[in-house]
Design a protein around this ligand. Structure first.
Ligand SMILES: Cc1cc2nc3c(=O)[nH]c(=O)nc-3n(C[C@H](O)[C@H](O)[C@H](O)COP(=O)(O)OP(=O)(O)OC[C@H]3O[C@@H](n4cnc5c(N)ncnc54)[C@H](O)[C@@H]3O)c2cc1C
Length: 395
Protein backbone atom coordinates (compact mmCIF):
# COMPACT_ATOMS: atom_id res chain seq x y z
CA UNK A 1 0.00 0.00 0.00
CA UNK A 2 1.28 3.50 -0.85
CA UNK A 3 2.42 5.44 2.20
CA UNK A 4 0.47 8.64 2.88
CA UNK A 5 2.09 11.72 4.41
CA UNK A 6 0.40 14.90 5.67
CA UNK A 7 2.34 18.14 5.32
CA UNK A 8 1.44 21.12 7.49
CA UNK A 9 2.16 24.35 5.59
CA UNK A 10 2.58 25.27 1.94
CA UNK A 11 5.60 27.55 2.21
CA UNK A 12 8.78 26.81 0.26
CA UNK A 13 9.59 23.98 2.70
CA UNK A 14 6.15 22.37 2.62
CA UNK A 15 5.80 22.52 -1.16
CA UNK A 16 9.38 21.27 -1.58
CA UNK A 17 8.69 18.33 0.71
CA UNK A 18 5.45 17.54 -1.10
CA UNK A 19 7.24 17.53 -4.44
CA UNK A 20 10.16 15.43 -3.22
CA UNK A 21 7.79 12.85 -1.69
CA UNK A 22 5.41 12.77 -4.67
CA UNK A 23 8.39 12.07 -6.92
CA UNK A 24 9.16 8.88 -4.99
CA UNK A 25 5.57 7.69 -5.15
CA UNK A 26 4.30 8.80 -1.72
CA UNK A 27 0.71 10.02 -1.47
CA UNK A 28 0.83 13.56 -0.10
CA UNK A 29 -1.77 15.88 1.43
CA UNK A 30 -0.70 19.49 2.02
CA UNK A 31 -2.72 21.57 4.48
CA UNK A 32 -2.24 25.34 4.36
CA UNK A 33 -3.91 27.73 6.78
CA UNK A 34 -4.20 30.74 4.45
CA UNK A 35 -6.79 31.02 1.72
CA UNK A 36 -4.34 31.61 -1.15
CA UNK A 37 -1.12 29.86 -2.05
CA UNK A 38 1.62 32.46 -2.04
CA UNK A 39 4.80 33.81 -0.51
CA UNK A 40 5.18 37.03 1.40
CA UNK A 41 8.36 39.08 1.14
CA UNK A 42 10.24 40.02 -1.96
CA UNK A 43 13.37 38.21 -3.08
CA UNK A 44 15.23 35.06 -2.20
CA UNK A 45 18.82 34.04 -2.94
CA UNK A 46 19.15 30.45 -4.11
CA UNK A 47 22.73 29.34 -3.52
CA UNK A 48 24.17 26.37 -5.47
CA UNK A 49 23.27 23.87 -2.72
CA UNK A 50 19.59 24.83 -2.98
CA UNK A 51 19.74 25.07 -6.78
CA UNK A 52 21.04 21.50 -6.84
CA UNK A 53 17.93 20.30 -4.98
CA UNK A 54 15.55 22.22 -7.25
CA UNK A 55 17.38 21.02 -10.32
CA UNK A 56 17.14 17.42 -9.08
CA UNK A 57 13.35 17.82 -9.00
CA UNK A 58 13.42 18.83 -12.68
CA UNK A 59 13.01 22.58 -12.13
CA UNK A 60 16.27 23.62 -13.81
CA UNK A 61 14.66 24.80 -17.07
CA UNK A 62 11.91 26.70 -15.26
CA UNK A 63 14.56 28.42 -13.11
CA UNK A 64 16.40 29.54 -16.22
CA UNK A 65 13.21 31.31 -17.34
CA UNK A 66 12.64 33.18 -14.07
CA UNK A 67 15.85 33.60 -12.08
CA UNK A 68 18.74 36.06 -12.18
CA UNK A 69 22.28 34.74 -12.10
CA UNK A 70 24.43 37.39 -10.41
CA UNK A 71 28.03 37.72 -11.52
CA UNK A 72 29.42 38.48 -8.05
CA UNK A 73 28.75 38.90 -4.35
CA UNK A 74 30.16 42.26 -3.32
CA UNK A 75 30.69 43.58 0.19
CA UNK A 76 30.89 47.35 0.52
CA UNK A 77 31.01 50.02 3.19
CA UNK A 78 27.56 51.54 3.71
CA UNK A 79 29.04 54.95 4.37
CA UNK A 80 31.69 55.27 1.65
CA UNK A 81 30.46 52.61 -0.81
CA UNK A 82 34.08 51.35 -0.94
CA UNK A 83 34.41 47.75 -2.15
CA UNK A 84 35.68 45.67 0.80
CA UNK A 85 35.61 42.19 -0.72
CA UNK A 86 34.17 40.22 -3.58
CA UNK A 87 33.28 36.64 -4.46
CA UNK A 88 32.89 35.78 -8.15
CA UNK A 89 29.62 33.95 -8.78
CA UNK A 90 28.25 33.52 -12.34
CA UNK A 91 30.05 30.85 -14.33
CA UNK A 92 32.70 30.46 -11.61
CA UNK A 93 30.14 29.37 -9.01
CA UNK A 94 28.61 27.06 -11.58
CA UNK A 95 31.98 25.47 -12.32
CA UNK A 96 32.97 25.24 -8.65
CA UNK A 97 29.72 23.77 -7.35
CA UNK A 98 28.08 22.28 -10.43
CA UNK A 99 25.09 24.59 -9.98
CA UNK A 100 24.65 28.33 -10.26
CA UNK A 101 23.89 30.98 -7.66
CA UNK A 102 20.49 32.52 -8.44
CA UNK A 103 18.20 35.25 -7.16
CA UNK A 104 14.43 35.11 -7.57
CA UNK A 105 11.19 36.70 -6.59
CA UNK A 106 9.80 34.53 -3.79
CA UNK A 107 6.44 34.37 -5.51
CA UNK A 108 8.18 33.04 -8.65
CA UNK A 109 9.88 30.24 -6.70
CA UNK A 110 6.62 29.39 -4.98
CA UNK A 111 4.72 29.30 -8.31
CA UNK A 112 7.43 27.10 -9.80
CA UNK A 113 7.03 24.57 -6.98
CA UNK A 114 3.26 24.73 -7.09
CA UNK A 115 3.12 24.20 -10.86
CA UNK A 116 5.44 21.20 -10.57
CA UNK A 117 3.28 19.75 -7.78
CA UNK A 118 0.10 20.15 -9.80
CA UNK A 119 1.58 17.83 -12.40
CA UNK A 120 2.10 15.06 -9.87
CA UNK A 121 -0.54 12.44 -9.24
CA UNK A 122 -1.35 11.53 -5.65
CA UNK A 123 -1.02 15.09 -4.32
CA UNK A 124 -3.89 16.94 -2.62
CA UNK A 125 -3.53 20.58 -1.69
CA UNK A 126 -5.97 22.20 0.74
CA UNK A 127 -6.26 25.90 1.53
CA UNK A 128 -8.07 27.32 4.56
CA UNK A 129 -6.89 24.25 6.46
CA UNK A 130 -5.30 25.51 9.67
CA UNK A 131 -4.26 22.54 11.78
CA UNK A 132 -5.55 22.99 15.30
CA UNK A 133 -5.32 19.50 16.74
CA UNK A 134 -3.04 16.49 16.27
CA UNK A 135 -3.63 12.96 17.53
CA UNK A 136 -1.51 9.84 17.19
CA UNK A 137 -3.33 6.53 17.03
CA UNK A 138 -2.20 2.92 16.93
CA UNK A 139 -3.71 1.18 13.94
CA UNK A 140 -3.30 -2.40 12.83
CA UNK A 141 -0.75 -1.38 10.21
CA UNK A 142 1.28 0.78 12.55
CA UNK A 143 0.92 4.14 14.19
CA UNK A 144 -0.97 6.81 12.34
CA UNK A 145 -1.54 10.53 12.74
CA UNK A 146 -4.85 12.38 12.56
CA UNK A 147 -5.04 16.15 12.31
CA UNK A 148 -8.10 18.34 12.72
CA UNK A 149 -8.40 21.71 11.07
CA UNK A 150 -10.04 24.88 12.31
CA UNK A 151 -13.07 24.09 10.13
CA UNK A 152 -13.41 20.69 11.79
CA UNK A 153 -12.13 18.56 8.89
CA UNK A 154 -9.96 15.58 9.80
CA UNK A 155 -7.15 13.97 7.82
CA UNK A 156 -5.44 10.71 8.74
CA UNK A 157 -2.14 9.50 7.29
CA UNK A 158 0.95 7.46 8.14
CA UNK A 159 3.05 10.48 9.08
CA UNK A 160 2.91 14.25 9.58
CA UNK A 161 5.61 16.70 8.52
CA UNK A 162 5.44 20.04 10.31
CA UNK A 163 6.55 22.54 7.67
CA UNK A 164 4.43 25.21 9.29
CA UNK A 165 7.10 27.83 9.80
CA UNK A 166 8.43 29.93 12.64
CA UNK A 167 5.28 29.69 14.78
CA UNK A 168 4.80 25.97 14.05
CA UNK A 169 1.83 24.51 15.84
CA UNK A 170 3.11 21.00 15.09
CA UNK A 171 6.23 21.87 17.09
CA UNK A 172 4.24 23.46 19.90
CA UNK A 173 1.79 20.61 20.20
CA UNK A 174 4.10 17.67 19.72
CA UNK A 175 7.65 18.56 20.59
CA UNK A 176 8.30 21.74 22.51
CA UNK A 177 6.23 24.44 24.16
CA UNK A 178 8.56 27.35 23.63
CA UNK A 179 8.37 30.51 21.60
CA UNK A 180 11.00 31.57 19.06
CA UNK A 181 13.54 34.12 20.26
CA UNK A 182 12.90 37.78 19.35
CA UNK A 183 16.34 38.89 18.15
CA UNK A 184 15.58 42.61 18.27
CA UNK A 185 16.63 42.81 14.62
CA UNK A 186 14.29 44.05 11.90
CA UNK A 187 14.47 43.54 8.15
CA UNK A 188 12.90 46.27 6.06
CA UNK A 189 12.19 44.97 2.58
CA UNK A 190 11.41 46.88 -0.60
CA UNK A 191 10.91 45.82 -4.20
CA UNK A 192 11.68 48.59 -6.68
CA UNK A 193 11.39 48.88 -10.47
CA UNK A 194 14.96 48.50 -11.74
CA UNK A 195 14.50 51.32 -14.26
CA UNK A 196 13.94 53.77 -11.38
CA UNK A 197 16.90 52.89 -9.14
CA UNK A 198 20.26 54.74 -9.29
CA UNK A 199 22.31 53.46 -12.27
CA UNK A 200 25.09 52.20 -9.93
CA UNK A 201 22.58 49.72 -8.52
CA UNK A 202 21.43 48.40 -11.89
CA UNK A 203 24.01 45.62 -11.75
CA UNK A 204 23.95 41.86 -11.82
CA UNK A 205 25.44 41.50 -8.34
CA UNK A 206 24.34 40.65 -4.82
CA UNK A 207 25.68 43.57 -2.79
CA UNK A 208 25.92 43.82 0.99
CA UNK A 209 26.72 47.23 2.50
CA UNK A 210 27.99 47.02 6.09
CA UNK A 211 27.47 49.56 8.86
CA UNK A 212 27.49 49.45 12.68
CA UNK A 213 24.39 47.57 13.92
CA UNK A 214 23.07 47.36 10.38
CA UNK A 215 23.60 46.01 6.87
CA UNK A 216 21.81 46.48 3.59
CA UNK A 217 21.43 43.92 0.81
CA UNK A 218 20.38 44.48 -2.80
CA UNK A 219 20.05 42.15 -5.77
CA UNK A 220 18.06 41.94 -9.00
CA UNK A 221 15.01 39.69 -9.37
CA UNK A 222 12.43 39.06 -12.12
CA UNK A 223 15.20 38.74 -14.67
CA UNK A 224 16.45 42.22 -13.88
CA UNK A 225 13.07 44.00 -13.91
CA UNK A 226 13.14 44.73 -10.16
CA UNK A 227 15.64 45.38 -7.40
CA UNK A 228 15.17 43.59 -4.08
CA UNK A 229 16.39 45.83 -1.26
CA UNK A 230 16.64 44.72 2.39
CA UNK A 231 17.79 46.90 5.28
CA UNK A 232 18.59 44.78 8.37
CA UNK A 233 18.83 46.86 11.55
CA UNK A 234 19.46 46.04 15.16
CA UNK A 235 16.92 47.89 17.24
CA UNK A 236 19.35 49.90 19.29
CA UNK A 237 17.96 53.24 20.42
CA UNK A 238 19.65 54.88 17.46
CA UNK A 239 18.46 52.40 14.90
CA UNK A 240 14.87 52.50 16.15
CA UNK A 241 14.82 55.94 14.63
CA UNK A 242 16.77 54.81 11.58
CA UNK A 243 14.39 51.96 10.99
CA UNK A 244 11.46 54.29 10.46
CA UNK A 245 13.02 54.71 7.03
CA UNK A 246 10.79 57.53 5.94
CA UNK A 247 13.06 60.02 7.69
CA UNK A 248 15.53 60.61 4.93
CA UNK A 249 17.86 62.75 7.05
CA UNK A 250 18.45 59.94 9.58
CA UNK A 251 20.14 57.98 6.83
CA UNK A 252 22.45 60.90 6.12
CA UNK A 253 25.58 58.94 7.06
CA UNK A 254 24.95 56.44 4.27
CA UNK A 255 26.64 56.76 0.90
CA UNK A 256 24.91 58.96 -1.69
CA UNK A 257 23.87 55.87 -3.69
CA UNK A 258 22.15 54.32 -0.68
CA UNK A 259 20.55 57.61 0.32
CA UNK A 260 19.11 57.91 -3.16
CA UNK A 261 17.68 54.40 -3.25
CA UNK A 262 16.27 54.75 0.29
CA UNK A 263 14.64 58.01 -0.75
CA UNK A 264 13.08 56.24 -3.74
CA UNK A 265 11.78 53.38 -1.57
CA UNK A 266 10.27 55.87 0.89
CA UNK A 267 8.67 57.86 -1.93
CA UNK A 268 7.10 54.72 -3.36
CA UNK A 269 6.01 53.58 0.12
CA UNK A 270 7.73 50.32 -0.74
CA UNK A 271 9.13 49.38 2.68
CA UNK A 272 7.58 46.49 4.58
CA UNK A 273 8.66 45.59 8.10
CA UNK A 274 9.75 42.11 9.14
CA UNK A 275 10.85 41.53 12.74
CA UNK A 276 13.40 38.74 12.94
CA UNK A 277 13.19 35.70 15.21
CA UNK A 278 15.39 32.65 15.56
CA UNK A 279 16.06 29.71 17.84
CA UNK A 280 19.35 28.46 19.22
CA UNK A 281 21.08 25.97 16.90
CA UNK A 282 19.61 22.46 17.08
CA UNK A 283 21.26 20.33 19.75
CA UNK A 284 20.07 16.90 18.68
CA UNK A 285 18.14 15.01 16.04
CA UNK A 286 15.21 14.64 18.44
CA UNK A 287 14.46 18.35 17.94
CA UNK A 288 13.58 17.50 14.33
CA UNK A 289 11.98 14.08 14.97
CA UNK A 290 11.32 13.04 18.53
CA UNK A 291 11.19 9.23 18.88
CA UNK A 292 8.33 9.58 21.38
CA UNK A 293 6.24 10.86 18.45
CA UNK A 294 7.54 8.40 15.84
CA UNK A 295 5.32 9.51 12.96
CA UNK A 296 6.00 13.26 13.22
CA UNK A 297 8.95 15.35 12.02
CA UNK A 298 9.70 19.02 11.53
CA UNK A 299 11.16 20.68 8.46
CA UNK A 300 12.39 24.17 7.51
CA UNK A 301 11.71 27.13 9.82
CA UNK A 302 9.49 24.99 12.05
CA UNK A 303 12.61 23.04 13.03
CA UNK A 304 15.46 25.53 12.72
CA UNK A 305 14.52 29.20 12.23
CA UNK A 306 17.58 31.40 11.75
CA UNK A 307 18.58 34.97 11.06
CA UNK A 308 18.61 35.61 7.30
CA UNK A 309 22.28 36.70 7.37
CA UNK A 310 23.55 33.67 5.49
CA UNK A 311 20.53 33.62 3.12
CA UNK A 312 19.97 29.93 3.85
CA UNK A 313 16.59 29.45 5.58
CA UNK A 314 14.77 28.44 2.41
CA UNK A 315 17.84 26.57 1.15
CA UNK A 316 17.91 24.45 4.31
CA UNK A 317 14.16 23.79 4.01
CA UNK A 318 14.73 22.54 0.44
CA UNK A 319 17.68 20.38 1.54
CA UNK A 320 15.50 19.00 4.37
CA UNK A 321 12.82 18.11 1.84
CA UNK A 322 15.22 16.18 -0.35
CA UNK A 323 16.81 14.42 2.64
CA UNK A 324 13.35 13.41 3.85
CA UNK A 325 12.55 11.77 0.52
CA UNK A 326 15.90 9.95 0.46
CA UNK A 327 15.38 8.67 4.02
CA UNK A 328 11.92 7.32 3.12
CA UNK A 329 13.34 5.71 -0.01
CA UNK A 330 15.85 3.89 2.18
CA UNK A 331 13.14 2.72 4.63
CA UNK A 332 10.07 2.29 2.42
CA UNK A 333 8.27 0.03 4.88
CA UNK A 334 9.23 1.75 8.11
CA UNK A 335 8.30 5.44 8.23
CA UNK A 336 9.28 5.84 11.87
CA UNK A 337 12.86 4.75 11.10
CA UNK A 338 12.85 6.93 7.99
CA UNK A 339 11.96 10.02 10.04
CA UNK A 340 14.70 9.22 12.55
CA UNK A 341 17.21 8.82 9.74
CA UNK A 342 16.03 12.10 8.20
CA UNK A 343 16.59 13.98 11.46
CA UNK A 344 19.97 12.37 12.04
CA UNK A 345 21.08 13.29 8.53
CA UNK A 346 19.98 16.89 8.84
CA UNK A 347 20.34 18.28 12.35
CA UNK A 348 24.07 18.99 12.43
CA UNK A 349 24.18 20.79 9.11
CA UNK A 350 21.14 22.86 10.07
CA UNK A 351 22.71 23.68 13.45
CA UNK A 352 25.94 24.77 11.77
CA UNK A 353 24.06 27.04 9.38
CA UNK A 354 21.96 28.54 12.21
CA UNK A 355 25.13 29.31 14.19
CA UNK A 356 26.92 30.75 11.18
CA UNK A 357 23.95 32.98 10.31
CA UNK A 358 23.99 34.45 13.84
CA UNK A 359 27.77 34.93 13.69
CA UNK A 360 27.49 36.69 10.34
CA UNK A 361 25.21 39.21 12.04
CA UNK A 362 27.92 40.03 14.57
CA UNK A 363 30.55 40.34 11.84
CA UNK A 364 28.35 42.39 9.48
CA UNK A 365 27.22 44.75 12.25
CA UNK A 366 30.58 45.18 14.00
CA UNK A 367 31.61 48.61 15.26
CA UNK A 368 35.13 50.05 15.20
CA UNK A 369 37.74 48.85 15.97
CA UNK A 370 36.43 45.33 15.20
CA UNK A 371 34.97 46.54 11.90
CA UNK A 372 38.40 47.91 10.86
CA UNK A 373 39.96 44.49 11.40
CA UNK A 374 37.05 42.88 9.49
CA UNK A 375 37.47 45.25 6.55
CA UNK A 376 41.24 44.70 6.44
CA UNK A 377 40.80 40.91 6.53
CA UNK A 378 38.23 41.08 3.77
CA UNK A 379 40.57 43.17 1.65
CA UNK A 380 43.40 40.67 2.08
CA UNK A 381 41.49 37.38 1.99
CA UNK A 382 38.39 38.37 -0.03
CA UNK A 383 37.11 35.22 -1.70
CA UNK A 384 38.54 32.95 1.00
CA UNK A 385 36.29 34.59 3.59
CA UNK A 386 33.20 34.89 1.43
CA UNK A 387 33.27 31.47 -0.22
CA UNK A 388 31.78 28.57 1.75
CA UNK A 389 32.47 25.25 0.00
CA UNK A 390 31.09 23.30 2.98
CA UNK A 391 27.76 25.05 2.44
CA UNK A 392 27.51 25.70 -1.29
CA UNK A 393 28.74 22.22 -2.16
CA UNK A 394 25.39 20.93 -0.88
CA UNK A 395 24.28 17.53 0.35
C1 LIG B 1 14.39 39.17 5.34
C2 LIG B 1 14.56 37.71 5.01
C3 LIG B 1 15.35 37.35 3.94
C4 LIG B 1 15.56 35.99 3.65
N1 LIG B 1 16.34 35.67 2.58
C5 LIG B 1 16.58 34.36 2.30
C6 LIG B 1 17.40 34.00 1.19
O1 LIG B 1 17.86 34.85 0.45
N2 LIG B 1 17.63 32.67 0.95
C7 LIG B 1 17.10 31.69 1.76
O2 LIG B 1 17.36 30.50 1.52
N3 LIG B 1 16.31 32.01 2.82
C8 LIG B 1 16.03 33.31 3.11
N4 LIG B 1 15.22 33.64 4.15
C9 LIG B 1 14.63 32.57 4.98
C10 LIG B 1 13.40 31.96 4.33
O3 LIG B 1 12.50 32.97 3.97
C11 LIG B 1 12.70 31.00 5.28
O4 LIG B 1 13.64 30.22 5.96
C12 LIG B 1 11.77 30.07 4.50
O5 LIG B 1 10.84 30.82 3.77
C13 LIG B 1 11.08 29.10 5.44
O6 LIG B 1 10.17 28.32 4.71
P1 LIG B 1 9.18 27.33 5.47
O7 LIG B 1 8.38 26.69 4.40
O8 LIG B 1 9.94 26.47 6.41
O9 LIG B 1 8.26 28.27 6.37
P2 LIG B 1 7.21 29.37 5.95
O10 LIG B 1 7.61 30.07 4.73
O11 LIG B 1 6.96 30.20 7.16
O12 LIG B 1 5.89 28.54 5.60
C14 LIG B 1 5.08 27.99 6.60
C15 LIG B 1 3.66 27.82 6.04
O13 LIG B 1 2.88 27.11 7.00
C16 LIG B 1 1.63 27.72 7.09
N5 LIG B 1 1.08 27.38 8.44
C17 LIG B 1 1.49 27.86 9.64
N6 LIG B 1 0.79 27.30 10.64
C18 LIG B 1 -0.09 26.45 10.06
C19 LIG B 1 -1.09 25.56 10.56
N7 LIG B 1 -1.34 25.46 11.88
N8 LIG B 1 -1.80 24.81 9.69
C20 LIG B 1 -1.58 24.90 8.34
N9 LIG B 1 -0.65 25.73 7.81
C21 LIG B 1 0.10 26.49 8.65
C22 LIG B 1 1.91 29.20 6.88
O14 LIG B 1 0.75 29.91 6.50
C23 LIG B 1 2.97 29.15 5.79
O15 LIG B 1 2.40 29.14 4.50
C24 LIG B 1 14.97 34.98 4.45
C25 LIG B 1 14.16 35.36 5.53
C26 LIG B 1 13.94 36.70 5.80
C27 LIG B 1 13.07 37.07 6.97
Amino acid sequence: MTAHVLIAGAGIGGLGAALALAKIGIKVTVLEQTDVFGEVGAGVQISPNAYKVLSGWGLGDALLQTANFPEALQVRSATSDKLLGQLQLGSQAHTRYGFPFATLLRADLHTLLLNALRQEVNVDLYLHAKITDIAETKQQLGRQVTVTTELGDTFTADALIGADGLWSSVRQQMLEHSAPHATGHTAWRALLPMADVPPELQQDTVTAWLDADRHIIAYPVQQGKSLNLVDCCENTANNKKKSLQTTYSLNSLLSKTLQNVFHLAAQKKAWTRWDLFDRPPLRSSSQMANPTHPRIALLGDAAHPMLPYLAQGAAMALEDAQALALSIQQNPNDLASALQLYAQTRWQRNARVQARAARNGQIFHAKPPVSWARDAAMGMLGEKILDMPWLYGGI
